[in-house]
Design a protein around this ligand. Structure first.
Ligand SMILES: [Zn+2]
Length: 351
């Protein structure tokens, strides 16, 4: 999924955006016809030459890798920015494959957001556990607030690339009670009025009655207090669960209030690791799109559907087209609003 260059993703996304949001019905219809032709050709190509496992084109990093753009400490959003997204990514050994995939997919992330939310900024907290030793270090690595534009993409990609994945932490829960608290302590400056927080993990925080060994938070931070601060600080808080164990996924449900569970906890634990990887960044983008409204969700899912067909993930193989449809339909249950409008949006995706 990270095979394409950022420039090619950007070009496609901005062309699509122009026709999708065009006030001219004929222009919209022409664009749909073009999508139909392109997708038919892509399906035929996949039938003829299915994407092969272990055959992923090497990415050209030259447009995004720039050591002088690395920003490892969260400062504050740029003046005038009114909306921010803060991503907490579980960076521990158990979640290594997922976090590596996220780091490698930032080209797709920034190019899509550059079209959907160009004036918002995002920041990342790559978080793991307390060391549970006398030194009690907590492994935290950040990526400072950045726009999804070309400069921001360099900062995000180059900083992510330098983030290590620690191996310590000798119990199962991670220090999310402290990560959530840290996210609330960010200095958002005077202009930000809209804040969204996301957590991607295969684990829970200390003290959440994990089914596995839990040595507790050495700083005695209570996850319920942190969650209360999150609700005061952020407009939304959503969790993408990528647990390998069913019991842990069940335990993760406590992150979300009962009345929001069916919308704000997206549990991918039932999928294979390969498919969790293929979906995690796209689930994140779906959530960002959802904050913009149903139209944006439709735009993003069309873009994703066509990308999956034209730039197929090797792990989806010959079944790419049916996989794309099935997975995209799964997003439907997380949408609130007029059912007929939602149906119409989904009909337009599959051409
Ligand atoms: Zn802690």
């Amino acid at each position: 999924m990270s095979g394409g260059s950022r420039d090619s993703y950007c070009k496609r996304a901005s062309e699509r955006s122009r026709s999708y949001y065009s006030g001219d019905a004929a222009a919209r219809s022409r664009a749909q016809d073009q999508r139909r032709r392109d997708n038919e050709a892509a399906r035929a190509r996949i039938r003829r030459d299915p994407p092969r496992q272990h055959h992923r084109p090497q990415r050209d990093e030259s447009e995004v890798l720039d050591q002088s753009a690395v920003k490892r400490r969260i400062t504050r959003p740029a003046p005038g920015v009114t909306s921010v997204d803060v991503f907490i990514i579980d960076n521990t050994a158990s979640n290594r494959q997922i976090s590596m995939h996220i780091k490698a997919s930032t080209g797709w992330l920034t190019s899509t957001l550059d079209t959907m939310t160009p004036k918002s900024q995002m920041a990342f907290l790559f978080w793991s556990d307390h060391e549970h030793t006398e030194r009690d270090a907590t492994m935290r690595e950040d990526i400072d607030f950045a726009f999804p534009n070309k400069e921001g993409a360099k900062t995000i990609y180059s900083t992510a690339k330098s983030i290590r994945c620690p191996t310590y932490g000798n119990d199962h829960p991670e220090a999310f009670e402290c990560a959530l608290k840290a996210a609330c302590e960010i200095d958002f400056g005077p202009d930000v009025v809209e804040k969204h927080l996301y957590l991607i993990s295969d684990e829970v925080a200390h003290g959440m009655n994990s089914p596995m060994t839990d040595r507790g938070c050495p700083r005695r931070v209570n996850w319920r207090d942190s969650l209360a601060s999150v609700h005061k600080t952020f407009d939304t808080f959503e969790v993408i669960g990528v647990a390998a164990r069913r019991a842990t996924a069940e335990c993760q449900r406590q992150f979300i209030a009962e009345d929001r569970l069916k919308y704000d906890f997206i549990d991918l634990s039932h999928l294979s690791l390969k498919h969790r990887q293929g979906l995690v960044m796209n689930t994140l983008l779906f959530l960002v799109a959802r904050h913009q409204g149903l139209q944006s969700v439709g735009f993003f899912l069309q873009l994703l559907h066509d990308k999956w067909l034209s730039d197929p993930d090797p792990s989806f193989g010959r079944d790419t087209a049916s996989f794309a449809k099935k997975r995209i339909l799964e997003f439907k249950k997380y949408l609130e609003g007029d059912e007929r409008e939602i149906d119409k949006i989904f009909e337009a995706i599959f051409v």
